[in-house]
Design a protein around this ligand. Structure first.
Ligand SMILES: Cc1ncc(COP(=O)(O)O)c(C=O)c1O
Length: 441
């Protein structure tokens, strides 16, 4: 991270303000502090999911209800993180609850085909235009791994094009030089939203590429939306080279009834899904063109294997049906999208009015806050002063709002406009409380 020269003058002040905010947080979360000590004795860093960690130690949630989370230290937070998009139904939706209760009344762990999986598969195939056939997994990561395998077997090629800053799961991360625990695929790393860049990479590697794996909006990479021109060019390059185009819609599928693909009208050959579609239970899915997916037909002599003890577990399947059939209709998807667009615009208005060093990016109900005015969407560019993000995050916690430490927001269906008014006003108050620290550079 680099900082503009002028910001060095205020740098010690930011350190001091942040130290005070951390101390204040620690003093007001004594039970979370004790839980953290206990957790550290049995889990590295007291953590079993890296992205949830924040300093000085994480809040300890004990209960969720509607749009709210409650922690061990008796604080209530409006949940604006929405379980990184999986928690779109809030924490206690009665329709999902009764679907799960009914499924459990009928017993679980069948180790056999059940009726639920057919209905959920029908709903998914009917909703997402590129999905002729679908298979379920336990996570979005697994869905992407299976889609890559399917594309490589289908084309008989090895290489996979991914994008700088892309995230497709814990073993498929391509920002900041990639992750040392990544699955060892031969990758061609391409620049996101760069039409010339992908065109020249296809000239060089096109015929060796099994597939392109792309998020229509880079989610973890900062909520950067892929331009229509970029996605359309990818579509054409893939068609010309016989390369399978895979849209990772694990996050973006919520942006319209038929996913982002239906909104932008650009259809991939395969799509991966995850997060909210299982009603908030562990979920993933990969699907696409019938000829590609037919490779998994177990009745065929050379079928590709697709394993997973919990792929069709009745809790996820039943919750998913309730979620997609009864709750997250295309109309609800449109309304949530509009709510998010309006929130992002209002946040940017506040940032501009306060002359603050922040910008909000994103798509509909998914928003990324950045402690910088210029967001380019490449992890190689200056991403701003992360201390400002932490200062905003700790101040929001103190005032009862939970977002991701890195500035990620995903709205859930339980949040009202009045609650979002309160959030925007609170952001404004925080910016006013630290005018020097947050001042645009
Ligand atoms: C775009 C995208 N793909 C894949 C994944 C991985 O999904 P999961 O965490 O269910 O493995 C995520 C998770 O955040 C994601 O944002």
């Amino acid at each position: 991270m680099t900082m503009p020269a002028e910001s060095h003058n205020r740098s010690p002040l930011i350190d001091e303000t942040l130290r005070d905010a951390r101390e204040k947080f620690a003093a007001s979360h004594p039970k979370a502090a004790v839980a953290f000590q206990r957790a550290c004795a049995v889990m590295p860093g007291g953590n079993t999911r890296t992205v949830l960690f924040h300093g000085p130690f994480p809040i300890r949630v004990v209960r969720g209800e509607g749009a709210y989370l409650f922690d061990a230290d008796d604080n209530r937070y409006l949940d604006l993180l929405g379980e990184y998009t999986a928690g779109i139904f809030g924490h206690s939706n009665p329709v999902i609850r009764s679907a799960i209760d009914k499924a459990l009344d009928e017993g679980w762990n069948f180790g056999a085909h059940n009726a639920y999986e057919i209905e959920l598969a029908e709903l998914v195939c009917a909703r997402f235009p590129s999905i002729d056939r679908v298979r379920f997994t336990n996570s979005g990561t697994e869905a992407n791994l299976m889609a890559l395998g399917a594309a490589r077997c289908f084309t008989g090629r090895d290489k996979v094009m991914v994008f700088n800053g892309g995230y497709h799961g814990g073993v498929l991360y391509f920002g900041h030089g990639g992750s040392p625990v990544n699955a060892p695929y031969p990758t061609v790393l391409a620049p996101y939203n760069d039409v010339d860049g992908i065109t020249s990479l296809f000239e060089k590697h096109g015929r060796e590429l099994a597939c392109v794996l792309v998020e229509p909006m880079m989610g973890s990479g900062g909520c950067i939306v892929g331009s229509d021109e970029f996605l359309q060019t990818l579509r054409e390059l893939c068609s010309d080279a016989g390369t399978v185009l895979i849209f990772d819609e694990v996050m973006t599928s919520r942006s319209a009834g038929g996913g982002y693909q239906s909104a932008c009208g650009i259809l991939p050959d395969m799509t991966t899904l995850g997060k909210y579609i299982g009603g908030g239970m562990s979920f993933g899915a990969f699907g696409g063109r019938e000829d590609i997916m037919a490779q998994f037909d177990p009745a065929s002599p050379d079928a590709l294997p697709h394993a997973g003890t919990f792929n069709n577990n009745v809790v996820t399947m039943a919750a998913g049906i309730a979620a997609m059939r009864d709750i997250y209709t295309p109309e609800r998807a449109d309304a949530l999208f509009a709510l998010g667009e309006s929130l992002r615009n209002r946040l940017n208005d506040v940032f501009r009015a306060q002359d603050a060093q922040f910008q909000a990016t994103g798509l509909g109900s998914i928003i990324g806050l950045h402690p910088t005015r210029v967001v380019k969407g490449s992890p190689d560019h200056d991403e701003g002063d992360d201390r400002l993000m932490e200062l905003l995050f700790l101040n929001l916690l103190e005032r009862g709002f939970y977002i991701a430490r890195r500035g990620f927001i995903a709205l859930n269906l339980e949040i009202t406009e009045v609650e979002l008014d309160g959030f925007v006003t609170t952001v404004e108050e925080i910016l006013k409380a630290y005018p020097v620290e947050f001042a645009a550079q």
